[in-house]
Design a protein around this ligand. Structure first.
Ligand SMILES: Nc1nc2c(c(=O)[nH]1)N[C@H]1C(S)=C(S)[C@@H](COP(=O)(O)OP(=O)(O)OC[C@H]3O[C@@H](n4cnc5c(N)ncnc54)[C@H](O)[C@@H]3O)O[C@H]1N2
Ligand code: MOO
Length: 407
């Protein structure tokens, strides 16, 4: 395996990572609705019956037959299976959500009806029918949502409405994190040549927001700066995870052991360096798994912002592919100030979105810094050999944030 290679175009790198994930997606499994939130539909969601499944009253009132006045002959509550209404001039009291009896010709709202001395009902049905017909919402067998749909509360409710107890989903990709760098402090403030490890807290949280499961025990480091320790730690990670992310050591310095470790493990590069600034030394490799399915290693550069750029550029597309989701298309946003290009490389430039959805560049955006990142919604994408002027429309790569984060 050749360690040094030409940086891959940024769009191409995203596509390669996504395709590698799609090709390695695990077989579907069926899970109860109660644990399906956040997963991905592995098969289309199909209506199992007509929806509604029976003619359903949308009001409290009377289901009537023939001309008024109508003699009440019973009551239908939600959940009942009513007897047919056969005789003209009769009615049954009916509740919202109850099945309308066969033979009923209209329903009359209780507040728009009256009773005479003998208890007979009069009133005028509204011109629009006030019951829902089978199939109004869906026909039996109709596809409601395609495979690859992220499962959110509305999808869960829809599945339950249809009568699903379990649904076919993709297994959650399991991710592990190995932090490399003897200089890293795991507690307390930085100083005297040592920096605090910011990536052990940051990376798992963003992996989870991108659809991976990260067990706290799968976050390890700093791993000792020897090749043996790197190989052992990666092997241990691959034994419990579909994706091992590493931070640091992506270059070819004296204590950068990642590339030699990958060679030792028989890995094959999907992407080895990307033509993007910051973050170019990022890599994604495929490693044979014990069960024949490939595992992945994402090498995130040590500079913290560069590590995040590798997460959004390679890891998020890989995870989308592994989950059988689409690779989201990038929206176009207007920039409020000029953004320089980075020559023949793509420039990912941190920006916050204002109330009108325009991208406002933030400050403190050096690749070693996180301050700009903590105030940004994502990156504007400046293509190779271009720059943006204020007012230009450019693609925007959002950070994986939960609703309510960065209001
Ligand atoms: N001769 C060259 N040197 C470097 C180049 C280059 O092209 N030629 N590229 C620079 C770029 S760009 C980056 S990015 C880094 C990537 O290096 P590594 O992935 O090998 O990362 P390290 O050297 O281990 O660390 C870089 C930097 O980041 C700090 N770091 C590392 N891990 C953490 C962490 N968990 N939390 C906080 N900070 C971390 C580390 O202390 C270093 O300052 O290479 C450049 N060099
Ligand atoms: O690409 Mo490095 O990631 O510029 O800091």
């Amino acid at each position: 395996m050749k360690a040094e290679s030409m940086p891959v175009d940024w769009d191409k790198a995203r596509a390669l990572a996504y395709e590698a994930g799609r090709a390695a997606a695990a077989p579907a499994e069926r899970v109860p609705l109660s644990v399906a939130d956040g997963r991905t539909l592995a098969e289309p969601l199909v209506a199992l019956s007509e929806l509604p499944a029976f003619p359903t009253s949308s009001i409290d009132g009377w289901a009537v037959r023939g001309p008024e006045p109508w003699r009440p002959i019973g009551r239908v509550l939600a959940g009942d299976t009513p007897a047919p209404l056969t005789a003209p001039g009769t009615c049954v009291e009916i509740a919202t959500g109850a099945m309308v009896p066969v033979g009923a010709e209209a329903v009359v709202r209780v507040e728009e009806s009256a009773r005479d001395a003998e208890g007979r009902v009069t009133g005028r049905p509204r011109p629009e029918p006030e019951w829902r017909m089978p199939g109004d919402e869906a026909r039996e067998g109709e596809q409601l949502l395609p495979a690859g749909t992220p499962i959110d509360p509305a999808v869960l409710g829809m599945a339950a409405t249809c009568g699903y107890d379990t649904i076919p989903v993709r297994p959650l990709p399991r991710a592990a994190l190995l932090v490399f760098g003897d200089e890293l402090l795991t507690s307390g403030p930085p100083g005297e040549g040592r920096v605090r490890d910011s990536l052990s807290p940051l990376v798992p949280a963003w992996l989870r927001r991108s659809g991976a499961a990260v067990d706290p025990s799968a976050v390890q480091g700093p791993v000792q700066d020897t090749l043996e320790a790197h190989v052992d730690a990666i092997r241990a990670g691959l034994a419990v995870a579909d994706l091992v992310c590493t931070t640091g050591g992506t270059m070819h310095g004296p204590v950068d052991h990642l590339h030699p470790a990958l060679t030792r493990l028989g890995a094959e590069y999907v992407v080895n360096t990307v033509a993007v600034r910051p973050g170019f030394p990022m890599l994604l490799a495929r490693v044979p798994g014990p069960d024949g399915r490939p595992r992945f290693l994402a090498g995130l550069p040590g500079n913290p912002q560069s590590a995040v750029i590798a997460l959004v550029s390679l890891v998020a597309p890989l995870l989308a592919g592994l989950q059988g989701r689409e690779l989201p298309a990038l929206p176009q946003v207007e920039v409020t100030a000029p953004v320089p290009g980075r020559g023949s490389f793509t420039h990912l430039s941190l920006a916050a979105l204002d109330a009108r959805g325009r991208a406002v560049p933030v400050s403190h955006v050096g690749s070693s810094m996180l301050r700009g990142l903590a105030n940004a919604h994502g990156f504007v994408v400046i293509r190779p050999d271009t720059k943006a002027a204020a007012g230009d429309l450019v693609p925007f790569l959002p950070l994986p944030l939960y609703p309510g984060e960065r209001p």
